[in-house]
Design a protein around this ligand. Structure first.
Ligand code: CUA
Length: 337
């Protein structure tokens, strides 16, 4: 009974783990699907061989413990000869298993490479920083490029090539539901191909230990219809709306003329800093601080009042705001949809 009480939650957790926003077995992208197929082949072959090995091992143990009998020389010799075909069959089975695994691995790799040169794709450049992601959607027309942070929007079925760079240490870009990991190495460009197959919201996570807040370096990935993606893209291309209320206008005046503006950019305003996350459409994002908190008014207050308390070690200093300044800044940031 007690064993069952332990087993059931474990099984439930395993089943739930197969279909979550961050799951290596999700198979929500083309590469993820191929990895799953390869994993299934490896699992079946290695399980089969393990069962056989353990079976023969147990058989050998019980055989040894059988009471000793004198075997006439001729009979022993014929029994040794009987082992030979079994040994040959075993070697052949192991060779066949290894060949199958090698071929499956090779073919999957080829299939992934085959997808690496699609004709139509979305070009995205991601720069990793301790501990956030700077995201730029590239376009031949400069007016069509988008800059955002800690989020990706992808249309379902459309390949996206993500060029990866790092500003400081080695990070690793990983959307487990969609594809494998790719390191971001200072001074080098690497890339990853994402081909999302199913709509949904996924969580990407930095997969290389990069300092104190490595665990708080996530990226929200929204896979949506082509129509929704275009609506998002058009909204991102627009400059920030002017403040509509006196409180928001006070926040606008503070943000665009004081400390904030030297690090953060808000398109269409004098704030044009480039070293911190772009805030132009901050309020349209799902999270604050690279997945550290959900985007809510309460968390915005907490973050701005004490960034070091919210995410110790990050580069945003504590400014020391008066209560009315804090209210005004939050009211303005909330308008940045
Ligand atoms: Cu970046 Cu871990």
């Amino acid at each position: 009974m007690r064993r069952r009480a332990l087993l059931l939650p474990a099984l439930a957790a395993l089943a739930a783990g197969c279909d979550t926003a961050q799951s290596v077995t999700g198979g929500d992208g083309s590469h993820g699907e191929m990895f799953n197929g390869l994993f299934a082949i490896f699992l079946i072959v290695t399980l089969l061989i393990s069962f056989l090995v353990f079976g023969f091992m147990l058989a050998a143990i019980f055989r040894r413990h059988r009471p000793h009998r004198d075997v006439p020389g001729e009979e022993a010799e014929s029994r040794d000869r009987g082992f030979r075909p079994a040994l040959i069959a075993w070697v052949a089975l192991v060779a066949a298993g290894l060949t199958l695994l090698t071929s499956a691995s090779y073919l999957t790799d080829r299939a992934m490479q085959g997808e690496a040169r699609p004709e139509r794709l979305i070009e995205i450049e991601i720069t990793a920083n301790q501990w956030w992601w700077d995201v730029r959607y590239q376009s031949r027309e400069p007016s069509q490029t988008i800059r955002t942070a800690n989020e990706l929007h992808l249309p379902v079925g459309m390949p996206a090539r993500v060029t990866l760079k790092s500003n400081d240490v080695i990070h690793s870009f990983w959307v487990p539901n969609l594809a494998g990991k790719q390191d971001l190495i200072p001074g080098r460009r690497t890339d990853a191909l994402l081909i999302p197959k199913r709509m949904g919201v996924y969580r990407a996570q930095c997969a290389e230990f990069c300092g104190a807040q490595h665990a708080h370096m996530a990226l929200d990935v929204t896979v949506e219809s082509w129509h929704d993606f275009n609506a998002w893209r058009r909204a991102q291309l627009r400059p920030a709306p002017p403040p509509a209320t006196p409180l928001a206008a006070a926040g606008f005046a503070y943000v665009t003329s004081r400390e904030c503006a030297s690090c953060h950019n808000i398109s269409g305003t004098p704030a044009s800093g480039q070293v911190a996350p772009d805030l132009t459409h901050l309020a349209s994002r799902r999270s604050i601080g690279a997945g550290t908190f959900p985007m809510t008014r309460g968390h915005l207050y907490a973050w701005i009042a004490d960034p070091q308390g919210a995410k110790p070690g990050n580069n945003m200093p504590m400014v020391g705001l008066e209560a009315d300044e804090l209210h005004a800044i939050v009211a303005y940031l909330e308008t940045l949809k």
